[in-house]
Design a protein around this ligand. Sequence first.
Ligand SMILES: Nc1ncnc2c1ncn2[C@@H]1O[C@H](COP(=O)(O)OP(=O)(O)OP(=O)(O)O)[C@@H](O)[C@H]1O
Ligand SMILES: [Mg+2]
Length: 256
Amino acid sequence: MATLRVEHLNKTFPAIERGSDATTAIDDLSFEIGGHVFVSVVGPSGCGKSTLLNIVSGIETATHGSVSVSEDGSPARLGYVFQEPRLLPWRTVMQNMLYVLEGEDVPDRARDYLRMVGLDDAGGKFPAQLSGGMQQRVGIARAFAVEPDLLLMDEPFSHLDAITARSLREQLQGIWTEAKKTVLFVTHDIAEAVQLSNRVLILAPGGRLFADLPIELPYPRKASDTEVAMAQAELLRRFEEMQEETDAARATDVAS
Ligand SMILES: Nc1ncnc2c1ncn2[C@@H]1O[C@H](COP(=O)(O)OP(=O)(O)OP(=O)(O)O)[C@@H](O)[C@H]1O
Ligand SMILES: [Mg+2]
């Protein structure tokens, strides 16, 4: 389990063409998460969610501010589950797992995590022989098998059909409860955020932190639980508030 500290983070992408504007993807964002927590970042398309994960993972650099991830004072190990599974098509499932792992117990560990996502028998298959949901489960098993201190997940279920996504959410809750990881999970799906997280950060367009809300409900949670539905309604209300504020600010900008 890790501690992630984000302090006054700013990311501006320069203008691509002459005459166009630079894009502020993240604007003075600060928060801290640590321990056995599942934190979701929700916000509309383009509000900087993937940019945030990319900066935390080191794929992207910050323009200003700082991000640190530590595990008991030493650098933390990170895992990343992307929006699409990103498996190497010419390698089998097991070879895709082994490719990212280190250590002597690697084949056992790979098998354990494939079992955890219900794919014990798929090790010898190639990605093209699996359904989209199965491929995504391999991506999840692979990220967990790295045994990361901090697991970053970027809308991992958004390409999947509703039934597969629902079952993977339930599996993910089980794995997270058992594996005791710190998870930073990006989604634009409010129901998903409420079902999975014990804390939700709402990002507004321009990458500003709009709200930081705890969700204090016991696990496992089902989307159909009454308390989950009530928490969803509350989060949705805050989301609408954010959209109204954004629209009002835009209207003022246009008028001035
Ligand atoms: N490499 C880049 N160069 C220029 N602009 C970029 C780049 N990456 C992202 N952006 C811009 O930064 C903003 C935030 O993008 P980002 O991908 O982080 O959004 P997001 O919240 O993940 O959206 P979505 O929900 O659609 O995945 C957008 O305006 C996007 O156009
Ligand atoms: Mg994104």
